[in-house]
Structures are given as C-alpha cells and as structure tokens.
Design a binder for this molecule. Structure first.
Ligand code: DSN
Length: 414
C-alpha cells in the first residue's frame, strides 16, 4: 500500500501508514466518522481528480467532460432514487457549502433564520455567530426542553410566530432523538417560511429505511455524504423541482468553482452501495448498537441526554461522574476509544471543556461489531471512569480495546 507515495514522499507515506494503524487499533466512536469502502476510496484516488468541469452535465465551461458528465448524471439519478427527491445537486464540496447553497438560494443577507442552538445539539452552520450563517443572516435559535432534553416544539412554534423567520432549519450534530418533520412543516406553513432540513447525521439511517425521510416535508434537504451514509467526504442538496434552478445557480457559480469530479463519482459509488440490502442491515445495526451501548451505560449510572437514543449516537453528560467532557475524551483516548467532547444542553462549561461526550456507532458497526461488543465497550468506558487514577487498570482496558479491534479487522489486505 502507498508504494508510489513512499517513492515520492516518504514523510507523507509514513503518516498514511500511521493513520491506517491508528484507525485499525482504536475504537472509533466519533459519531460523524465512518470507514468508507475501498471502492469509494479507489474512485477518490482516480484520474477524475485531474478534470475541470465547471458547470453541469451537458453544459460545461470545459471540453473533455464526456465521462465526468456521465458520472455526475449517475450520482444525481442515484441520489434522487435513494432519497425519493425530485432533484439533486451532488457538487457541494462539504456540508457547509451545501448549507450555504441552500440558504443563499432562498434568502438574502439579513433575513432571519431559526435553527437549533449549537449548545443544544445544533450545528455551527445553523446560525452560530462565528460562522457565515450567523454573520450573513439574523440567526435565532430554538432549544431543547430542560425537563425532557428533547426539542420543545411548542416553544419553537411560539418563537416562530413571534419572530417570523424566513427559514426554519431542522437537523443537528448532537441530537439523539427522532425529528418530528410534520410539526416543523406545519410551523413553517403558519408563517409561510421555507423549511430546510440538514440530515447530515442521519442520512444513512434515512437511506437504509430505519428513519423517516425529511424529504417529503421540506423545501430543501442537505447532507454530507461521509457520516452514516459512509461515502466520500462531501455534500449534497436535495430539493423540489421548482427550486432546482436557484440551487444549481447558487452552488455554481454562486459559491463554488470547479466541482471535485473524483468525489462526485465516489458519491455515485456510495449511493449505489446504499441501495443494496446489506446497507439496510447496516443502518438497523447502527441503531441497535447505539441502543445497546446506551442501555449498558445507563446500567452503570451514566446520564444520557434525553434518556437514550433513537439513532446512531449518544450524548453522555459526565458531570455526575465528576468529570468534564474534555477530561472524559482524554480518558477514553487513553484506553483506546476515540470520541469527542461535546456541550450538553444548558452546559455551564465552555465549548473547549464541556460537560459531555458524544459517542457514535457508525464506524464500529462498519467493522462488524454488534450488541455484544457494545456491552463490552460500555464496561470499558465504566472501567476507565472508575479506575481513572489507576494506570495498570487503564492499561488493561486499553489492551482489551485493542483485542476487540483485532477481532474485527479493518481494511484487511490493505
Ligand atoms: N463536525 C461534524 C460533526 O462532528 O458532527 C458536523 O459537521
């Protein structure tokens, strides 16, 4: 592996080997990460990276686009079929540019948007003041209820009626529960607002049929393609037919230049993989695993935000264990579990410290782990917390995590 890189640039080749080793030997529990297929990676490493293709299939600003045109058409057709969408734009380089495309296709700078607060599980691009979305638009935020730690739709409606935002934004990066799309649609209709849903985290669950789809309820749906969807790093915008022209025009030339055709083709491969029965089984297993992990942690006295999960992630408030999110992230890394610290609703700690960690099952489920392994991982997590001052015990837990990784090999033969 990496023969050509080793010849040209041994320093980078070594880093590639080290990173492969790290991914193989740690329990990857960052909820937004996954292990994409060799087919997706091969496509990303193909000659399509050489091609400029500004424009859209059949209407490009460069010659020689015959094959990339076909790849983009396939990606679009498959995305529309997979998600039952009228139209798809497969060119966004990332989730952020997909969201920027959706906003600017419908809104003018200064318009009001209403999205879930970052500290309640939302995303930077849903109107946070340091992000373009908060800089360009007048961003308002809804929150979860302090009692249930789930979205307070009544309060959201009150805010919407009082503030009359031009757009309501659904979707999250750290929210473990189902979304009530019908409620969002009816609130948007009451104020004649556009409804956008960013399904980046749950797109694989939607594609696999284990979560309802936001597509029939929304004017526009955005996603990344590399989280539960398990494809290449990139973005996607799905829309109704009547909005398609505005979306296309905003993505290119409005925001982006030349599309990354090697990634567009890899998105096509990903969508094809998502249409197979095996992906449905995978999507269900992500949810089953998250539930099993949640039950294991609840039994050990961990506080799960909202009491559990309906999807692929858990938000664990570790303050009752005498830890901050930052300390918990470091502790878990020490025993071979990779995750990220995360604010919890009504967090008193700063975003650099936080009171929680977010744990996800997409990557471990791709490795083939199931509910039995989730029980074992809950025990490792609890053991680490209980023995955080005991280096020998922590080393034993790390060995256990490494053995688990060896039982479920990653990229064998690479
Ligand atoms: N940064 C991603 C996540 O970790 O959820 C969202 O874009």
């Amino acid at each position: 592996m990496y023969d050509q890189v080793r010849k040209t640039d041994p320093a980078i080749a070594e880093l590639l080997e080290l990173e492969l080793g790290r991914q193989r030997s740690q329990l990857e529990m960052i909820a937004s990460e996954n292990f994409t297929s060799r087919a997706v990676m091969e496509t990303m490493g193909s000659t399509l990276t050489n091609k400029y293709a500004e424009g859209y299939p059949g209407k490009r600003y460069y010659g020689g686009c015959v094959h990339v045109d076909e790849a983009e058409r396939l990606a679009k057709r498959r995305a529309m079929e997979l998600f039952g969408a009228e139209r798809a734009n497969v060119q966004p380089h990332s989730g952020s540019t997909a969201n920027m495309t959706a906003y600017l296709a419908f809104l003018k700078p200064g318009d009001k948007i209403l999205g879930l607060s970052l500290s309640h599980g939302g995303h930077l691009t849903h109107g946070h003041p340091v992000n373009f979305s908060g800089l360009l638009f007048e961003a308002l935020h809804y929150e979860v209820s302090p009692e249930t730690e789930t979205i307070d739709y009544d309060k959201l409606r009150d805010q919407a009626l009082a503030e009359r935002p031009r757009m309501i934004v659904g979707g999250a990066s750290a929210y473990p529960r189902f979304w009530e799309y019908e409620k969002l649609r009816s609130i948007a209709d009451e104020i004649d607002a556009i409804l956008m849903f960013d399904m980046a985290h749950i797109a694989g669950l939607v594609a696999g049929g284990v979560h309802a789809s936001p597509v029939p309820h929304c004017d526009v749906v955005t996603t990344t393609t590399h989280k539960t969807l398990r494809g290449p790093r990139g973005g996607l915008v799905l829309s109704r037919k009547e909005h398609f022209k505005a979306i296309n025009k905003m993505n290119f030339p409005g925001i982006q230049g030349g599309p990354l055709m090697h990634v567009v083709a890899a998105k096509a491969v990903c969508f094809h993989e998502c249409m197979q029965d095996e992906f449905k089984t995978y999507a269900q297993a992500m949810v089953d695993n998250a539930k099993a992990l949640g039950e294991g942690l609840l039994a050990k006295g961990f506080h799960l935000v909202s009491g559990g999960t309906d999807n692929h992630l858990l938000l664990v408030n570790v303050s009752n264990k005498g830890l901050t999110g930052k300390a918990m992230e470091e502790l878990l890394e020490h025993v071979g579990i990779t995750c990220n610290k995360n604010t919890v609703p009504f967090d008193q700690e700063s975003p650099f410290v936080t009171s929680g960690v977010r744990l996800g099952t997409p990557a471990l489920t791709t490795r083939g782990m199931g509910v039995a392994q989730m029980g074992q991982i809950a025990n490792i997590i609890d053991g680490a917390v209980q023995n955080r001052e005991n280096e020998d015990a922590l080393n034993k837990l790390r060995t256990e995590a490494e053995e688990l990784c060896r039982e479920f090999p990653l990229y064998p033969g690479m």
